[in-house]
Design a protein around this ligand. Structure first.
Ligand SMILES: Cc1ncc(COP(=O)(O)O)c(C=O)c1O
Ligand SMILES: [Zn+2]
Length: 448
């Protein structure tokens, strides 16, 4: 290993001489990996922890080059996927894995907005993100492109479900070997949604944090590319596109307030980085965007740290139906708290009953079926509005990050049932009358 001192900052730089950097000078706008804590810089290899202070590493870009070369017009010229923002993503070649991820609808909400008493509410709908119906397809597209550049042939992840689906699907598309790890007790849709792509699927008897610990050991011994461990600095950059797209879809403007779910806290911090980068290179005008986060009460270490004004996270044992965001020891939790505090946002939690109500509310008012993470986010949005913590006139964006068809167990027993009838008109008429009477009774109960 080569240790040098950065001439400008005086900070230590560590370089492994043997590593080949597939960084073509003509296209790459990313320069190094930088420790978020002490600022030490490292070369662009598969590594996520600072060797000096164990802080997390983040990708550093050449912003002056970006300012010179990036324009709104070039971005708008496409492609119609996250790769329209390629200069802001940590990949060196044009040979990217493009499975149509990104550019999901930003829906102007009318009925949910009215129900909540908001005037300018938008829904960023990643429940229909391609190819596996969650925002994780964004981060995995970036991570696997980078994994290929770094020479990995086997890719892997520690997942709460959605990430395993994305890694398995996109690895299949790219022809990479794939071994994914999940807690054994996930929803059937999440398990099937990985198995269909024929990865090796390890269902670990334990919670996500135990899965993650095991994966760190495997990453050290097997030399695989773990998208959210040794490739984490590259992987996490994919979430910035959820910031970029919202800014572009709002007509090159930032919103006033965003509400997003928190598991490890990565998505939240990267939406923030995405907005900052667009300001930095002059694509949008700067302003303070308030960042509010959503957790499930049964796993709310970040919300607790926020409420108790702590600068450290106390790990918890998850117990909630919102399994996709059940991370008890969140790697980026403290950075999420910092952002919520500094921007004047909030981090709230809701219980499982409220999460189910959140899923139903979004479905009934907007025709969007989200999973438990989305139910958590909608329920927290409602709670924040009711507490007066979101102004009705703020342009507010709520991030819906996953699809409800994957977590059907969560709502079974809480929704209606089909009216089974004979294939005869009178059977239909009787059933219709019965259902109207039931509706009337329900309304009477509501009015009493
Ligand atoms: C649907 C969904 N939303 C949000 C998140 C939160 O992601 P992060 O770990 O980046 O906070 C996850 C994480 O797995 C998820 O599956
Ligand atoms: Zn460091």
């Amino acid at each position: 290993m080569l240790r040098t001192v950065d001439g400008q900052t005086g900070k230590a730089r560590f370089m492994t001489q043997a590593t080949t950097i597939h960084n073509s000078a003509t296209t790459a706008t990313f320069k190094s990996l930088k420790c978020k804590e002490c600022g030490a810089e490292y070369e662009l290899k598969a590594s996520n922890v600072c060797e000096l202070c164990f802080g997390p590493l983040e990708v550093l870009y050449d912003y002056s080059a970006l300012r010179r070369t990036v324009t709104r017009e070039k971005i708008q010229a496409g492609p119609n996927s996250i790769w329209r923002y390629r200069p802001f993503l940590p990949v060196a070649t044009d040979n990217v894995i493009d499975v149509g991820t990104g550019m999901t609808p930003l829906v102007r909400s009318h009925r949910l907005a009215r129900r909540l008493g908001l005037n300018k509410l938008y829904i960023k709908n990643d429940a229909v993100n391609m190819p596996t119906l969650s925002f994780k397809d964004r981060v995995v597209s970036v991570a696997l492109t980078r994994a290929r550049e770094l020479g990995f042939t086997t890719v892997s992840c520690a997942s709460t479900g959605n990430l395993a689906n994305s890694t398995a699907a996109i690895a299949a598309h790219a022809g990479l070997d794939c071994c994914v790890f999940i807690p054994a007790d996930l929803e059937a849709g999440k398990i099937l949604g990985s198995l269909i792509y024929s990865p090796t699927l390890m269902a670990v008897k334990g919670n996500y944090d135990q899965v993650n610990r095991l994966c760190s050991e495997v990453a050290n011994t097997h030399g695989w590319g773990f998208v959210n461990i040794n490739l984490r600095p590259y992987y996490s950059e994919g979430s910035k596109t959820l910031g970029f797209e919202v800014a572009e879809q709002l007509g090159w403007q930032l919103p006033d307030h965003i509400v997003a779910p928190l598991a490890s806290g990565s998505l939240f911090t990267k939406i923030h980085k995405g907005f900052q980068e667009f300001v930095e290179v002059g694509l949008v005008e700067g302003k303070n965007v308030r960042f509010s986060g959503a957790q499930a009460e049964g796993c709310s270490p970040i919300a607790e740290a926020f409420k108790q004004d702590r600068d450290f996270i106390k790990p918890v044992k998850p117990n909630t139906i919102a399994k996709s965001i059940a991370i008890g020891n969140p790697a980026d939790g403290i950075y999420a708290v910092e952002i919520a505090k500094k921007t004047g946002g909030n981090i709230e939690s809701v219980n499982d009953a409220e999460i189910i109500e959140g899923i139903k509310l979004l479905a009934e008012t907007e025709g969007i079926f989200t999973e438990t993470a989305g139910g958590t986010t909608v329920a927290v949005l409602k709670k924040l509005v009711e507490a007066g913590k979101i102004d009705p006139d703020e342009t507010t964006v709520v991030y819906i990050t996953g699809n409800g068809l994957k977590t059907q167990e969560a709502v079974q027993g809480y929704i209606g049932e089909p009216l089974t009838i004979d294939a005869k008109l009178d059977s239909f008429e009787r059933a219709l009358e019965r259902s109207r009477t039931l509706d009337r009774l329900e309304w009477q109960q509501v009015l009493v």
